[in-house]
Design a protein around this ligand. Sequence first.
Ligand SMILES: Nc1ncnc2c1ncn2[C@@H]1O[C@H](COP(=O)(O)OP(=O)(O)OP(=O)(O)O)[C@@H](O)[C@H]1O
Ligand SMILES: [Mg+2]
Length: 366
Amino acid sequence: MTDAATDPTLLRPHAEQQYAHELAALARLDDRPRPPSWQLSPWAVVTYLLGGELSDGTVVTPKYVGPRRLMEVAVATLATDRALLLLGVPGTAKTWVSEHLSAAISGTSTRLVQGTAGTSEDAVRYGWNYARLLAEGPSADALVPSPIMTAMRDGAIARIEELTRIPADVQDALITILSEKTLPVAELGIEVQANKGFNVIATANDRDRGVNELSSALRRRFNTVVLPLPASEEDEVAIVTRRVEQLGSALELPALPTAADEIRRVVTVFRELRQGVTTDGRTKLKSPSGTLSTAEAISVVTGGLALSAHFGDGILRSADIAAGILGSVVKDPVADRVVWSEYLEAVVRERPEWADFYRACREITG
Ligand SMILES: Nc1ncnc2c1ncn2[C@@H]1O[C@H](COP(=O)(O)OP(=O)(O)OP(=O)(O)O)[C@@H](O)[C@H]1O
Ligand SMILES: [Mg+2]
């Protein structure tokens, strides 16, 4: 295997590559009991997610910012025979947490099934290499295992993204896997039985239609952990700051030292519009149709950094984030534009320290 952890040309290394040194240090120092096939103890997995300093001085960076208890419940679930469903509105780190959990527990986050309306049973169970199938007939060599089948064999975590987008009959293929822990291959008259350590992390977005269509039989196989929006402005600023730093360095954008004010402004605008009231509680606001998630705040700031680095003076300014904010807020060209104009005039304009931002917004709102 090549040492991808140090390959600087990768656009986006997997969690287990990017944080290989943290995972190695945790594994070395972790003397608590590990469930079968786990690379780390549950305690060390939670430390990996929430960050901390190890006894040898290694600093573990926080990946998830939020209640520790939620991560403890998620990790404890994975040590049982029940699967884990991470549920939440868009941009609450469901995919992010799922990737880091499987990296920490199984050492790899790549056994992944992406759920879409077109996900077939093959993607969940197994498929065939048709050239071999035609030449040799059904044989173990012609079988193409799904990531789930591979995880069962390896006693590892498999991930299913956007579970609720998968058609109901395909979802049902999971029931046997999750309850009997076996995957029959009828064509070969065999079955693949899961080894200890196998489990599934699924994510689902509770804004998507169809969430309630998760069959109750399947739902009973999952423990659900709901990931909340960041509780406080401080938390959200911390998340955006950290992620923007990481993304900026991965994209090799020049580091901008004075981004803190603009980051706080983006987060404030997003939170106020999302919650329908200003931070001081005085002015009620209409909320726009979009979700204004933390993930979008991260892209607004990253986009602003690129603007400022390539077309500005290298300092993140209001004008660099105004267009991004407008794009996130105004998803519906009529209704959201009204919401935005009201916010601009009633709130932004009244804040003297936001004068630059007000001007920049007026310029592009027209
Ligand atoms: N509480 C949080 N802690 C750390 N990072 C967070 C948090 N909330 C959001 N993020 C960041 O937001 C980004 C988007 O997260 P992610 O893609 O996992 O969201 P999601 O819940 O899967 O959204 P979707 O429903 O759209 O798939 C990630 O870069 C993640 O780091
Ligand atoms: Mg996701």
